[in-house]
Unconditional design. Structure first.
Length: 158
């Protein structure tokens, strides 16, 4: 095999074609040419194998990194899913509590309104009575007794 082909591995396919073409042209020493071709082909396979090993290692490293990132993402998604479920449960509990509070408030409002109605039914409101400076219970009772007498009503004291 000529020295030029050995020194330039990127031109090996061209050199191989050159050797095959020169072999058919010479029709002479096939043994030397066959050995040269075999050496050239072995060199090409060796170079190709080396390149593929480098590429394979690079791809394997990239795949390993992607697997690690994928596992980390799965962990993060599981964590966020758990937190989301927790928030949903909290929201549900708060909504239940809110509806119970609304019901209790409604009951209390109804009770207050009922008490106010009862108070109005049994109470007396007296308007336009002049206010005294020292207003006492006894003084108010006297005013009520005087009003009852003026209307001819029977009044039993307090």
């Amino acid at each position: 095999m000529n020295g030029f082909c050995r020194d330039t591995p990127d031109l090996l396919p061209t050199c191989l074609l050159f050797l095959l073409a020169s072999k058919s042209a010479k029709k002479g020493s096939y043994k030397d040419d066959d050995e040269d071709v075999m050496v050239l082909i072995k060199g090409m396979f060796s170079d190709l194998s080396s390149e593929q090993d480098v590429r394979f290692r690079s791809l394997q490293t990239t795949i390993d990194k992607l697997r690690e990132e994928n596992l980390e993402m799965v962990k993060n998604i599981e964590f966020m899913s758990t937190k989301y479920d927790d928030f949903l449960m909290r929201i549900s509990a708060l909504e239940t509590e809110k509806s119970l509070d609304k019901r209790l408030i409604r009951q209390m409002e109804e009770k207050l309104e009922s008490m106010e109605r009862k108070n109005r039914a049994t109470g007396i409101e007296i308007r336009n009575v002049p206010r005294t400076q020292a207003e006492t219970k006894e003084g108010l009772c006297v005013i009520v007794q005087n009003m009852a007498q003026a209307m001819d009503l029977k009044f039993k004291g307090v």
